[in-house]
Design a protein around this ligand. Sequence first.
Ligand code: ADP
Ligand code: ADP
Ligand code: ZN
Length: 215
Amino acid sequence: MKMILLGAPGAGKGTQAKLISKNFNIPHISTGDILRSNVSQETELGLKAKGYMEAGALVPDELVLSLVKDRLLQEDCEKGFILDGFPRNLQQAKALNQMLQEIKMNMDRVFLLNVDKDEVVVRISGRRFCENCGSSYHISLNPSKLGTSCEVCGEALIQRTDDKKEVVLDRIKVYEKATKPLVDYYRAQGILEEISGSKDIQEVYDTICRDLQAV
Ligand code: ADP
Ligand code: ADP
Ligand code: ZN
């Protein structure tokens, strides 16, 4: 099962991807998580990506494409994967198609998580994030049972620097302009499934599972 989760920043892609990954036992590939870990380890890629991420802009395609290519070639992707945060523009989507053709794979499903802009802003503003394992919480909508520590790994939760108010609206604009055209792109391929992402986490997950059973 190969799928993409599409949606505005804060729509719940990471949250759903973690659930799907655990239950279907396929890797969750978040380009945001991979880039953040490169930034914190100060790798060459991280140093190049940092400024774009802090400003809420997209990291240049060539950097992201090469990291995705390396990741998809790893053995654990053979039985399927969940892409979260990639592709983010048409060039990336076309490059992904090309990559999949080369390794004789095709995409099964693209889930679009539809959430209103106001709700997305609320979700991002209260997001708390575990840098160690990538789990997301929300101070009121989805709090950690361990308060300010991660339920999964116990690490202290942080607020992402790009989740600060000043950057959030810019990220939403980037989504509208660069990423939203992918909705039509995947609809035309007949693999788009629109999901109402404003329901609670379990309901959204159940909807995705129902659809996956039909694939
Ligand atoms: P969110 O989960 O809020 O949508 P991500 O964690 O996916 O955010 O991405 C955080 C930042 O990392 C983006 O604002 C962008 O700078 C960078 N990034 C992540 N994925 C990509 C990508 N596919 N192409 C370019 N930049 C990316
Ligand atoms: P994305 O990866 O799309 O940026 P996240 O999965 O990190 O989004 O979720 C953004 C924020 O919203 C987090 O604080 C998360 O706990 C919360 N959240 C995710 N899904 C829901 C939901 N269905 N209802 C309420 N809050 C949610
Ligand atoms: Zn954690």
